[in-house]
Design a protein around this ligand. Structure first.
Ligand SMILES: [Zn+2]
Ligand SMILES: [Zn+2]
Length: 319
């Protein structure tokens, strides 16, 4: 046996093995980089309805497909007081057709005597929360408190539309919300709509002046304080009100996202037909908000909480 040849063969094998390992390592780095760019990010839409612009159940699923939403909280609006009527039964029907896609919520008229009884029935039938709670009543109304208390007992979330003014919904956020957060520790209250988002700033105009305030946010707003003090409070980023609040002062928004990593939930409330703005002036709230969040929150893990995990936590509650 020729020792030197044996040595060189062995060292060739070692050398080529090293090269191969280097190739593999660089391949993995490339592959990781590539997939982090291209791999779709799991998404839950925490705020979706069915009947906007006569959108059918199948249209709503197509909207989810087009916007990359794996699942959506589907929120009925039984009284129709916000302009759209969607029955809890329709949401349950949709859930039976699309069990992997739809997370059904329920909502009934709190002024009717059978309200709490029906909520318990919807719980038995598979509903996972109450919302959208949107009726022309002050937030302090005992009937509104009664549904918050039921959610607390059932370990449920409740999505609430907060809009002050003479024709508002759950009026009196600044005066009444904290009492509930203090009193009911188990329910997850998910805040949504104009007055909720106006309180991102410590300067809140009267509703008669503006429900969509613009311009720089003044630090020290009610939302920052309540989200910091109450882990069972969540913010639903959906709709024009959410987008307006998050874009009026992006420097503030970047820090707002950093301060509340576990309580901000992606949602669209998008009424468009096809997930590309059809019937809605070419705007899709879901696509628009996804683009914004990706730009302002470059870290994929932090985004995953907003796009997915915080919705799951709000749904299941805190261990
Ligand atoms: Zn809505
Ligand atoms: Zn859309």
């Amino acid at each position: 046996m020729n020792h030197s040849r044996d040595w060189s063969r062995r060292s060739f094998l070692q050398w080529s093995g090293t090269i191969a390992a280097m190739h593999m390592a660089s391949y993995h780095v490339l592959a990781q980089n590539d997939t982090s760019q291209a791999r779709p990010e799991p998404l839950i839409d925490c705020h979706q309805h069915i009947n906007h612009f006569e959108r059918s159940i199948d249209d709503t699923i197509r909207h989810m497909d087009a916007t990359g939403a794996e699942k959506a909280f589907i929120l009925p609006l039984e009284t129709g007081e916000g302009g759209v009527t969607l029955r809890s039964e329709t949401v349950l029907h949709a859930f039976h057709n699309y069990r992997d896609r739809i997370i059904p919520f329920c909502q009934t008229d709190v002024r009717k005597d059978d309200c709490l009884q029906r909520i318990h029935a919807y719980h038995t039938l598979g509903c996972r929360g109450i919302g959208e709670q949107k009726e022309h009543l002050p937030l302090s109304d005992p009937r509104v408190e009664a549904v918050i208390a039921v959610c607390n007992d059932l370990n449920w979330p409740i999505t609430m539309h907060f809009e002050d003014g003479p024709n508002g919904f759950n009026m009196g956020l600044a005066e009444s919300l904290e009492n509930y957060l203090r009193k009911y520790k188990q329910v997850r209250i998910i805040g949504h709509a104009q007055t909720w988002w106006a309180n991102i700033s410590s300067e809140v105009p009267l509703p008669s002046q503006s429900l969509y305030p613009t311009g720089p946010v003044k630090a020290g707003g009610l939302l920052d304080r309540l989200l910091s003090e109450y882990p069972n409070l969540y913010a639903d980023l959906s709709a024009g009100s959410g987008y307006n609040a998050l874009t009026r002062d992006e420097e503030f928004t970047v820090k707002f996202f950093e301060r509340h990593p576990r309580q901000l939930i992606f949602g669209s409330d998008c009424p468009c037909r096809d997930g590309h703005g059809q019937n809605f002036d070419g705007v899709c709230y879901s696509q628009q908000l996804q683009t914004l969040v990706k730009r302002l929150v470059p870290d994929r893990d932090r985004r995953h909480r907003i796009f997915y995990q915080n919705a799951i936590d709000a749904l299941n509650g805190h261990a």
